[in-house]
Design a protein around this ligand. Structure first.
Ligand code: CA
Ligand code: CA
Length: 92
């Protein structure tokens, strides 16, 4: 983690992966979407704080998580995404 960006995944059982937030028996993008929607709520309330939110799919190296970039609007800073971006870069 660096700058003001954060990778967010609730991990109450501390296994290093996002928990099964919707309790459907598997940890996947649906769970990441729950965090994504929560981040969107924050973005609506505090638009200056959040520069971008993206859901990352699970890989062999990590479970799904949500990346929140608080480094401000503009294209810089999100070029290192390894999976699809939400495309919700702030429009100014
Ligand atoms: Ca966990
Ligand atoms: Ca789930």
């Amino acid at each position: 983690m660096y700058g003001d960006a954060a990778d967010v995944y609730p991990d109450d059982d501390r296994d290093g992966k996002m928990d099964d937030l919707n309790h459907d028996g598997k940890v996947d993008e649906a769970d990441a979407q729950i965090v994504f929607r929560a981040a969107e709520e924050v973005e609506k309330r505090f638009p200056v704080l959040v520069g971008g939110v993206a859901v990352y799919r699970a890989t062999s190296a990590h479970g799904p998580f949500v990346h929140i970039d608080c480094r401000g609007s503009g294209p810089a800073g999100a070029s290192d995404t390894e999976s699809e971006s939400s495309g919700r870069r702030a429009l100014s």
